[in-house]
Design a protein around this ligand. Structure first.
Ligand code: ADP
Length: 221
């Protein structure tokens, strides 16, 4: 039984997505091994990413050679070539890498990645687009989807909350969302309690099911 590197991350592909992932992990002091078949990219990033190597990892032998078997976590940041992305993901599964994050460029690409064993499929463009739509709709100041059935958003309170404590407005019962934080103008966010008084100029943090949050955010301000 070989010892797995518990915290080191193998990042495959140094395009925009992979380079950003590997660079940020490096800044966060997580050990990273970045791989790309393009030597120029490897050279370009080797100043900023501690370990970067050149290899074509659609071949399982190449993955074995760079020690992929020893990583618990890998990121497949190859999007433009679906064939390469699928082959690399399958190789990582075969090598027993436990946590595989893979970037998909379409729903069907993502479905294949899930089917062959990717644990997390990321759709960077689709997710960024949805996020921008939420922010542009004007109802939300910020938006994080934690899971398909759980989100946290920042918004100005609907009128039904203003001038009342959270108990008085009974928002959890009527809207099925939980107010978790409140920010008065010029102050920092504090945790909300039952006695927290909400004013119309506040910003609030609300958690709950995305569809409940959307209904809540659409209430008149
Ligand atoms: P982005 O859209 O994030 O810029 P791309 O999909 O365009 O990402 O980039 C993928 C990167 O993965 C490219 O730099 C490419 O050289 C690299 N890559 C593609 N196939 C392989 C492979 N078989 N082995 C190693 N690296 C690969």
């Amino acid at each position: 039984d070989r010892k797995k590197k518990n915290t080191a991350v193998l990042v495959i592909g140094l395009g925009r997505f992979g380079a950003a992932t590997a660079g940020q992990l490096d800044r966060l002091d997580r050990e990273v091994l970045a791989v790309d078949e393009n030597m120029e990219l490897v050279q370009k990033w080797s100043e900023r990413i501690t370990h970067a190597v050149q290899a074509d990892v659609t071949k399982i032998e190449a993955l074995e050679q760079i020690g992929a078997r020893d990583f618990r976590t890998a990121v497949v940041a190859v999007g433009s070539s679906i064939e390469a992305s699928v082959l690399i993901t399958a190789n990582l599964v075969d090598l027993g890498v436990e946590q595989i994050w893979a970037k998909a460029i379409s729903k069907s690409h993502g479905k294949i990645l899930e089917r062959i064993g990717a644990n997390h499929v990321i759709y960077p463009e689709a997710e960024a687009g949805e996020r921008v739509a939420h922010l542009l709709s004007g109802q939300l100041l910020d938006f994080v989807e934690i899971d398909p059935d759980f989100a946290i958003v920042k918004l100005h309170p609907p009128r039904v909350l203003a001038g009342k404590t959270l108990t008085e407005s009974g928002v959890r019962g009527t809207s099925k969302v939980t107010v978790v934080g409140v920010k008065k103008p010029g102050e920092s966010f504090t945790f909300a309690t039952a006695e927290t008084l909400i004013d119309s100029g506040d910003e609030i943090l609300v958690s709950g099911h995305p569809s409940d949050i959307e209904r809540f955010a659409a209430l008149p301000k």
